[in-house]
Write a protein that binds this ligand. Structure first.
Ligand SMILES: NC(=O)c1ccc[n+]([C@@H]2O[C@H](COP(=O)([O-])OP(=O)(O)OC[C@H]3O[C@@H](n4cnc5c(N)ncnc54)[C@H](OP(=O)(O)O)[C@@H]3O)[C@@H](O)[C@H]2O)c1
Length: 284
C-alpha cells in the first residue's frame, strides 16, 4: 500500500492518475472534506490527515509500506521531517520525496536548504528513499499566470533573461509512480527536467503566438517581486525563497536539461509547446 501526500496539487493529481492507471493499491491523503469527496468520486481510496499533525499521519500511514512525500507550506521541512518520523514509527519501508532542483545545505535559498534538510533526515532515517529534484513546473503557467494573462496583463518575474528547463508535472508523476512501484530506485536522487530551456519571455511569446495576441513578459527587480509576493499574502520566508530561485535562474542555474525522465519512463519528456496547446483554454 502506498500513501500519497500532496494529492490535490500539481504533482499529486497526475500521480494519483498514474497510480490508478497502474492498478496498484494506494491511498490519497487530504486534509479537508472537499478534496476527500472529489477523490472518492474518482474511485480513489482516501484518508484524512495533516502533515502538521503527527498523530493523524501515523493513523493515515497504518498499513502502508511506501510514502510519497510532498508539501508546499511555509517551513515545510518541519512537516515533512515529522512525516518521516511517523513513517519510521509505523514500519514504512520506502519514501519517495519530491524535492527541488538545486536542493543543497549550502544554498542561501531557504526553500532549497529546507528541501536539503528533509533529504538529509530521510537519508539518516534508515528507510529506503528516492529523491526527485525537478526543475520549474510548466503547470506554474496556469496556476500562477493564467488569471493575469486572461486579463491582458504582462507576466512579471525577477528572472531577467534566464532560461528554465520547464518540466511537465505529469512526467514527474510518471517517475514517482515508477519509483513507488518498481524495484531499483532505492538510494537514488533524480534531477528531472523537461527537454528544452526557455526564458519567461520566450514562453510568453510562444503562448502569444498560439493565442493570436501579445503576451508580455516584464523582468522586474528583486525588490519589486519580493514586495508584490508579500502583498499577495505570501510570508517573507517563502517570498524570499521565490525571489532567490529566480536570482538563480538569472545566473543560469535552471537551464541545464537532463535525460532522466526518459531514462526512468522510457518516454521523451513532454514539451512546453504541447503543454501550452493542451491548456490554451485556461489563458483565453
Ligand atoms: N512549482 C515549481 O515550479 C516547483 C519546482 C520544483 C520543486 N517544487 C516543489 O514542489 C512542491 C509543491 O508541489 P506542488 O506544486 O504539486 O504543490 P501544490 O500544487 O502547491 O499542492 C500542495 C499540496 O500539498 C498539500 N499540503 C500542503 N500542506 C499540507 C499539510 N499540512 N498537510 C497535508 N497536505 C498538505 C496540499 O493540500 P491542500 O489541498 O489541502 O492544500 C496540496 O495537495 C514544493 O515542495 C516545491 O518546493 C516546485
Amino acid at each position: 500500500m502506498i500513501l500519497v501526500t500532496g494529492s490535490t496539487g500539481k504533482v499529486g493529481q497526475p500521480l494519483v492518475a498514474a497510480l490508478k492507471k497502474k492498478g496498484v493499491a494506494f491511498k490519497a491523503l487530504a486534509r479537508s472534506e472537499a478534496p476527500l469527496k472529489a477523490l472518492t468520486a474518482l474511485g480513489v481510496e482516501t484518508v484524512k490527515g495533516d502533515l502538521g499533525d503527527p498523530t493523524s499521519m501515523k493513523v493515515a500511514l497504518q498499513g502502508s509500506d511506501k510514502l510519497f512525500l510532498l508539501s508546499s507550506a511555509s517551513h515545510f521541512d518541519r512537516l515533512e521531517i515529522g512525516a518521516i518520523r511517523a513513517a519510521q514509527d509505523v514500519g514504512v519501508k520506502h519514501v519517495v520525496k519530491l524535492s527541488a532542483g538545486g536542493a543543497s545545505a549550502d544554498s542561501t535559498n531557504p526553500l532549497l536548504r529546507a528541501h536539503a534538510r528533509v533529504e538529509r533526515a530521510l537519508e539518516d532515517s534508515g528507510l529506503a528513499f528516492t529523491i526527485l529534484r525537478p526543475s520549474f513546473f510548466m503547470q506554474n503557467w496556469v496556476a500562477f499566470f493564467s488569471h493575469g494573462i486572461k486579463a491582458g496583463q504582462p507576466v512579471y518575474v525577477n528572472a531577467g533573461e534566464g532560461r528554465l528547463a520547464w518540466i511537465d508535472t505529469r512526467d514527474i508523476a510518471d517517475v514517482a509512480a515508477a519509483a513507488l512501484t518498481e524495484a531499483g530506485h532505492e538510494g537514488l536522487v533524480y534531477d528531472l527536467t523537461g527537454p528544452e530551456a526557455l526564458g519567461y519571455g520566450e514562453v510568453a511569446q510562444r503562448l502569444g503566438q498560439l493565442l493570436g495576441r501579445e503576451v508580455a513578459y516584464v523582468p522586474v527587480p528583486d525588490a519589486a517581486a519580493f514586495q508584490a509576493m508579500k502583498g499577495m499574502g505570501m510570508d517573507a520566508w517563502y517570498a524570499y525563497g521565490m525571489v532567490a530561485l529566480h536570482q538563480g535562474v538569472r545566473r543560469g542555474l535552471a537551464e541545464a536539461t537532463t535525460g532522466t525522465v526518459e531514462l526512468i519512463t522510457a518516454k521523451a519528456p513532454r514539451t512546453l509547446d504541447a503543454y501550452l496547446k493542451e491548456n490554451l483554454g485556461a489563458f483565453m
